[in-house]
Design a protein around this ligand. Structure first.
Ligand SMILES: [Zn+2]
Ligand SMILES: [Zn+2]
Length: 407
């Protein structure tokens, strides 16, 4: 096992494939594209304290009343878990699972895994420790507690026009949980979790050049330099098939599936409001229009951008980038990478409308007066968001710098 306490290390940038020389004491970025490659030493005990505080807050956030609403004396309360439970009760089990996983389960697992890694840091050499460090990198992408919080706020504003809204302690605890979770995510990116490569000096003369030109394969998880014959990374055991260049066909397939799911997502009703016995199905665009007409113009714009503009723009931009990446030379690789990063970052915010529906379905059950039910567009739309996220993940930005074989 090539492990050393030496702080100098070689890291292959996962975004542009450049070989970088870094020192774990200093926060370092890729010289070519600015990708964050490793942070300076932070206080481990501070991070553990934040994790424990976040986990403690999760208990009142899920157990206590999230919000209550009442119209003419009749009211209803919900907890955070009701947003998932009620979807399941109305036969939207898949959507219920997506909400439960992305809002509660994955963030909790992320925090528990992070605490385990930090508390038993010297054991990271063992296979389980390395598996955990790899796992948190993948879990992080799918956590959406912050998006849920914004979605919940939007649904409260939607309701405030014709009902009295009362915030419970649950929503306060959840807001605290989300803030602490975001802090922990940032700190976990900065903690040095991998031992340096003691053969790093072998790569010293390649610094500043692309790894594939020297037949070196960069690990997408720990950024270690690997020989092309390696089936898995020597340092973190990540299978290296994910690190090979060029998987554009997978990106195109996922984008096509996302575009197809967008059709039922926009045509079918995303929710159905039953008021005084009469049912009113509402599509995504219909919801935006009714918000606009009731004067909630900023909210109408947010929902319109999140549910319509972002998914369509994301599919078009990723498809364009994938076509560009296949061409002989990308003229402006840095601009292409910047566009990719913005698209990738913004994509998850499309889930806002799904969470608005989840909260409304859980909260608005006023019997004879008014009730909200989930529509079939919701699962179709959630699939679009998930498929575009997978497409972005499958996209290999190193292709912008890769020299294509001449025909
Ligand atoms: Zn880079
Ligand atoms: Zn690795």
């Amino acid at each position: 096992m090539r492990v050393t306490s030496n702080l100098d290390d070689v890291r292959v940038c996962p975004d542009c494939d450049q070989i970088n020389w870094v020192n774990d004491r200093a926060s370092s970025r890729c010289q070519r594209c600015g990708h964050f490659l490793g942070g300076h030493t932070l206080s481990v005990s501070h991070t553990i304290a934040l994790i424990i505080a976040a986990l403690i807050l999760l208990i009142p956030a899920t157990e206590m009343t999230f919000v209550g609403y009442s119209v003419s004396g009749q009211g209803q309360q919900m907890t955070l878990l009701d947003s998932s439970r009620k979807l399941a009760a109305f036969h939207e089990q898949w959507l219920a699972i997506v909400v439960l996983l992305s809002v509660v389960v994955l963030p909790a697992l992320f925090l528990l895994a992070s605490a385990t890694i930090l508390m038993w840091r010297e054991r990271v050499n063992y296979r389980f420790g390395r598996w955990l460090v790899r796992a948190i990198k993948y879990i992080r992408v799918w956590m959406m507690a912050d998006v849920f919080l914004i979605g919940a706020l939007i649904s409260f504003i939607k309701l405030a026009g014709y009902a009295t809204i009362e915030f419970g302690y649950g929503v306060v605890a959840f807001a605290g949980f989300v803030s602490l979770l975001l802090l922990v995510v940032e700190r976990m990116k900065r903690h040095p979790l991998w031992p340096a490569d003691e053969e790093a000096s072998n790569y010293r003369n390649m610094v500043g050049q692309s790894a594939h030109e020297h037949h070196v394969v960069g690990c997408p998880v720990c950024y270690a330099a690997n020989q092309p014959t390696h089936a898995e990374c020597w340092r973190c055991h990540e299978p290296l098939w994910t690190a090979r260049l060029g998987r554009t066909s997978l990106t195109f397939a996922l984008l096509l599936a996302a575009a197809l799911m967008l059709i039922p997502a926009q045509l079918l009703p995303i929710m159905e409001t039953v008021a005084l016995g009469s049912a009113q199905p509402q599509t995504i665009v219909g919801g935006v229009l009714s918000l606009w007409q009731s004067g909630d113009i900023p909210i109408a714009i947010i929902v319109f951008v999140a549910s319509l503009v972002i998914p369509i723009a994301k599919i078009l931009i990723l498809a364009t980038l994938a076509i560009l990446a296949q061409q002989d030379t990308s003229k402006r690789p840095k601009s292409a990478l910047w566009l990719y990063r913005v698209t990738d970052w913004i994509g998850r915010w499309s889930m806002i409308d799904i969470f608005v529906v989840a909260v409304l379905v859980a909260l608005v059950r006023n019997g004879a007066l008014m009730s909200v039910y989930p529509g079939h567009a919701a699962i179709a739309f959630a699939s679009t968001v998930i498929l575009t996220m997978l497409a972005a993940m499958s996209f290999d930005t190193r292709q912008f710098w890769a020299r294509k074989p001449t025909e």
